[in-house]
Design a protein around this ligand. Sequence first.
Ligand code: 5CA
Ligand code: ZN
Length: 480
Amino acid sequence: MVERETWRKSFSEWFHDVIFRAELLDYRYPIKGCGVWLPYGFKLRNKILSIIRRLLDETGHEEVLFPLLITESMLGKEAEHVESFSSQVFWVTRAGREELAEKLALRPTSETAIAPMLKLWIRSHANLPKRIYQIVSTFRYETKATRPLIRIREITTFKEAHTCHESFEEAEEQVRTAVKIYSKFFDELAVPYIISKRPEWDKFAGALYSLAYDTIFPDGRTLQIGTIHNLGQNFSKAFEIVFETREGKHDYVWQTCYGISERVVAATIAIHGDDRGLVLPPTVAPIQVVIIPIPYKGFEEAVLSKVKSLAEGLKREGFTVEVDLREKYTPGSKFYEWELRGVPVRIEVGPRDVENRTVTMVRRDSLERTVIPEDEVYKALPKLLSEIQEALRERALKEFKEKIKRFTDLGEALTFIKNTGRLGIIELPWCEKNECGIRMEEETGLKALGTPYPEEEAGNVRCAICGGEAKSFLRLSRQY
Ligand code: 5CA
Ligand code: ZN
């Protein structure tokens, strides 16, 4: 097994360090909150995006691309929305030598960019349901400390889906579909999550309610990695998106939206890593297998020719393979580098492998070595990759579950919080009154994530604050 001490104890440093040294991104760009995707990071990003694209495409979503700029009047149409985003918007006020007559916002998200076009496109129930998505940069002037991939000002990988429906019930059905899509998505990344209905005071501005996916980082803090909002008719009323119903009447469309960002890349890195660096799940690893020759005097030719034919064979079978033939590096330093970059499987070919017609396979997660006959590699590799995927999933899930604790009593919870280093999530019975929830945040010094989704009856317990009948549990954590 690989140690996870640094990863656990100084996670924040580990995270910054690994992003930089594994050459995923470079945040030395001279604007705060903006980073450069490097080739290896960009490949990882695109692998992850290809999963969400597939899941959306197969469930009736169509990919589109809207302009980056939004006029001030468009952005201002839905009152709650603009109120909540106003402190975070970047504005374009000048163009060339001229002051603009109406200033233009860089989209912080796109409801208000999309709505005026939906108004033109949707005439009748025959145009519904409508499901579109785009993957774009959005801009948020974050005032909290920025963090690589986690809190940035140019969010470069903002995947936002927007849907329109005939009825509230259909929008609710779409919310359930979105939950299925995101759950599958995170399952493929082997990233564990918990789904909560955000409390009233923390929902997306302009939504009826918000559901959120949170995961727990090695330092015990939670990260919101995805959100799903039922927007009701708030935006369609503000933008007059009206359709003719089946009965020949007119109604405003019912909308939902749901989004993720490069935080999903952050979560994939953080959840599976260890002291040697990245450990990438095979489903998203840009390189699945790296082949490294172990040259030995007199065997150079034989080793090289075996490495090359093996690489060709594996590529033909559809694996993504890297062959590290660099002469100036020792095998040891190559091992170190590909371990840092999280390649799931390393194949070593040495003189003994040539003699015995074998290959040596080393898995990145456990560093376990196995020597197998060379003609079995094509069968052994897919099996090994799926074993790695499963092992990562199991370990992550086990660690995740251990970090969620339910209490019935505030005092017990407070003692637990005081004595627990990397806290995770606690749950306390709640009457669902806002004032009690806010008091829970104050008493614990934590932030509310919301209540379990799907809804869960609290059973026969009392609100941890007022002693009244508890309707559900409130989840609380330290959040990024
Ligand atoms: N229009 C809706 C749905 S797309 C929306 O904007 N929702 S959101 O505000 O919750 O953002 C969607 C997701 O983007 C969040 O769940 C979070 O995972 C991610 N996100 C938000 N702000 C940032 C940021 N500054 N840096 C990185 N990711 C972010
Ligand atoms: Zn209460």
